[in-house]
Design a protein around this ligand. Structure first.
Ligand code: MG
Length: 374
C-alpha cells in the first residue's frame, strides 16, 4: 500500500525537494494534500499535475477557484481531513507550529523541516506526539543525520553531538566587513539552495543557533553537549561522539531530497539514489565558529540555558529583525544587537499551547520597537 503524504509548504524549497522525491518514488507514495502560504499560481500548477489532490492556500483571505481550503483555519481543517499517514512540514518560521500540532492531532507522523516547531514548543509537541502515538522524524539535514546515527549506534553511551555548520556566505568576514553587507550578498549561500529567511539565518549563524536549540530539545541533551563545528563543504551533515571517544559521521552531498526521502521511508531505508560521493578529490575542513563576529550563536545557547520562553523569544525577535534587514531598514550587524536587547527583558514564563502565540506576539512587538528606534 502506498504511504499517503500531506505536503505543507509545497511551493517552497523543502516542498519542491519533497515533490522530486515523490515523483521518483511514485509507486511508494501518494499525495493527499498540497499547501502553500501565498503562491496561488504555483499551487494551482501543482493541482494540474496532481489533479486528485486537495489544495490549501493559508495566506489567502478569500476563496480561490480550484483551491479547496483557504486561510490558516482552512489549512488546519485540511490537515485534519486529509487522511494522510505522514505530513512533511516545510513551512517557514513560527507559522509552522500550529500546522505541526494539527498533524499530530490528526494522528499522522510528522516529517519535520520546520525547526521552529521544536524550538518554540518542544515539551508540548513531544508530549502530544507520545500521546497520539505518532513519530516525529527530523528533516533538517543535521538532525536527520543525528537521528540516523542514533538509530544505528543507539544512544546509551552517547557523549555529545557535533553539529556541523557551513559558516554561510560570510564565513571568513570580520565585523568591519559585515557592517556593510547587503541582503543580496547575504542571500547567496555557498553550498545549500534554500529559502530567503533561512539564507539570512545562515549568514548570521542564527540558523545554527536555532538548530542547537532544536538538537538539545529533540535529542534531550544539555546545551554543553552540543558543539558547533564549522565545515564549509557541507558534506558531513553532523556527528555523534560516544563516551569512549569514537565519533560517527554521516556524509553525502548537500541535497535535501536525501533526508526527506529517509523521513518518508522511515523506518525502512529505500528509494532513489541522490548521488554517490566521489572521494577522488574530496577535501573536508573543520574549524571553530567565531562567536564574537556571529553573536547569534552564543545568544541561542543563552536562550536555551535560560529555558522557559527564551527560545520562543529568540526565534520571534530574529524573524522580525531579519525581515527588517531584508527591507533595508537595519544593517546586518543590527540583527544580533536588537535580538539581544529583546532577550534582555524578563521572559521567564513557561509557555503553554494557549500562551505561546501571545508570548511570540509580545516578543515581535518588542523587536519592532527596537527596529523603529534603530
Ligand atoms: Mg539545517
Amino acid at each position: 500500500m502506498k504511504k499517503r503524504v500531506a505536503l505543507l509548504g509545497a511551493t517552497g524549497s523543502i516542498g519542491k525537494s519533497t515533490l522530486d522525491v515523490i515523483r521518483q518514488n511514485s509507486v511508494a507514495y501518494e499525495l493527499v494534500l498540497l499547501t502553500s502560504h501565498k503562491d496561488a499560481a504555483g499551487l494551482l500548477a501543482l493541482g494540474r499535475e496532481f489533479p486528485q489532490v486537495p489544495l490549501a492556500l493559508s495566506g489567502a483571505d478569500q476563496e480561490y477557484q480550484g483551491i479547496a481550503y483557504w486561510g490558516v483555519k482552512g489549512l488546519l481543517r485540511a490537515i485534519g481531513e486529509c487522511g494522510g499517514d505522514i505530513a512533511v512540514n516545510g513551512i517557514a518560521g513560527a507559522a509552522g507550529l500550529e500546522p505541526s500540532l494539527a498533524v499530530l492531532n490528526a494522528g499522522m507522523d510528522l516529517a519535520l523541516a520546520n525547526k521552529e516547531t521544536i524550538v518554540m514548543a518542544a515539551p508540548l509537541v513531544l508530549a502530544l506526539a507520545a500521546e497520539k502515538n505518532c513519530r516525529i522524524i527530523p528533516v533538517d539535514s543535521e538532525h536527520a543525520a543525528i537521528f540516523n546515527l542514533l538509530e544505528v549506534h543507539g544512544r546509551d553511551e552517547l557523549d555529545a553531538i557535533l553539529l556541523t555548520a557551513s559558516g554561510g556566505p560570510f564565513r571568513n568576514y570580520t565585523k568591519e566587513q559585515l557592517a556593510s553587507v547587503s541582503p543580496k550578498e547575504a542571500l547567496a549561500h555557498p553550498t545549500w539552495n534554500m529559502g530567503v529567511k533561512i539564507c539570512i539565518d545562515s549568514a548570521t549563524l542564527a540558523n545554527k543557533g536555532l538548530e542547537v536549540i532544536e538538537a538539545a530539545r529533540f535529542f534531550a541533551l544539555p546545551p554543553e553537549k552540543i558543539t558547533v563545528v564549522v565545515h564549509p563543504q557541507s558534506i558531513v551533515h553532523s556527528m555523534v561522539r560516544f563516551k569512549d571517544g569514537t565519533v560517527y559521521a554521516q556524509l553525502s552531498y548537500p541535497d535535501m531530497r536525501l533526508p526527506i526521502q529517509q523521513a518518508l521511508s522511515y523506518p525502512v531505508r529505500g528509494g532513489a539514489s541522490w548521488g554517490t560521493l566521489n572521494f577522488d578529490a574530496l577535501t573536508l575542513e573543520f574549524t571553530k565558529p567565531d562567536t564574537t563576529v556571529f553573536p547569534m550563536l552564543p545568544l541561542a545557547y543563552e536562550a536555551l540555558k535560560k529555558g522557559s520562553a527564551y527560545p520562543v523569544v529568540y526565534n520571534a525577535a530574529n524573524e522580525i529583525a531579519v525581515a527588517a534587514f531584508l527591507e533595508n531598514r537595519i544593517p546586518f550587524l543590527a540583527i544580533p544587537q536588537i535580538v539581544s536587547q529583546v532577550l534582555d527583558r524578563d521572559w521567564s514564563v513557561s509557555p503553554t499551547i494557549e500562551s505561546i502565540r501571545e508570548i511570540d506576539s509580545q516578543a515581535r512587538a518588542t523587536c519592532r520597537g527596537g527596529v523603529a528606534a534603530w
